[in-house]
Ligand binder design. Sequence first.
Ligand SMILES: O=C(O)CCC(=O)C(=O)O
Length: 266
Amino acid sequence: MQKPNKPLNLFYQNNYITVPEKTAILNYIYSLHPIWEMRYPEGTPDNRQLLRPVYWLGNWQFACLDYYHPPKGIFNRSVTAEDFPACIQKVVDRIESKVRSDFDPRDIPRGWELNTCLINFYGNRVVDGRKQDFARVGEHKDFEPGPVGSVSFGEKALFQFVDSAGKNAKSSVVLQQWLEDSSVQIFGGDKFKKKLFHRVQRVEEKGFVFKQARTGDFETRRINLTFRYVPREHFVPVERLPEDLRKNIRPYVDELAKTSDFWKRQ
Ligand SMILES: O=C(O)CCC(=O)C(=O)O
C-alpha cells in the first residue's frame, strides 16, 4: 500500500500483542506491587491521592516531583528505575520500528527511544464501604518529547483526543477510539501530541477483573502501559537527588523496596 503524503502520526491496531506475549507481560506485571502516590509533597495543602495505583519502569516520575515537563521541568523529575523485562522490550522494539517507518521523521527527536513506561491500573475502589469507579483519566498532555506508544489489556477504554476549552468549559472531542485488550495506539506530532489533549473517558465494566494484580482491595479491570521518551541524561539516580526531594520520595522508595530488589539497592 502506498504511504500517505503526510504521515498521520497516529496508529491503532487491535490484537497487536500476541497471546504468548500477553501472558508473559501480565505474569511480569503480576510480580509488581504498584503504589498509590500523592500528587504533591507531604504537607502541601489540597494534596490528594492519584486516582489509581501505578508502576513506572525505566525512570519513575514521582507525582510529588511534578513529572518530566520540558523545557523547564527537566531536572530531578525522572528517577532511574527498573529496566524493561525482555517481554516488554520486545514489544517496544516493534513499536519503535513502526514509528521510524510510518511517522513523520520531523516529529521524532534525535535520540528518541521508548525508554520510560508508566503502568496504570484502572478499576474500582471501596471508599467508605461503597464501590467507586476510578477508571478514567482527565484531559492532559504527555510532555515527554516525540511519539508515545500505548498498550492496553483487559476491559476496553474510551480514549479521546480533545480540544481543551479551559477549566470550566466543556472540551470538544476531536477523535475517539476504543482501546481494546491487546491493542496498541501510537500518537505523535503537532496535532495529537502537542496541540490536542487526551483523556480516558471511561472503561467498560463487563465483569472482568485481573485477580492476580497486586492492587489490594482495588479491583483492576484494565491495565495500560504507555511508553515514552526521556533523554537518558535527564534520568537521575535516587542518590543524586537533592536532599529535600529525596526526602519527598523516601516513603515511596521504602515501600517499593519491600518487594523490589532494584529499589532495595537504592
Ligand atoms: O490509559 C490510557 O489509555 C491512557 C493513559 C494516559 O493518558 C497516560 O498515562 O498519560
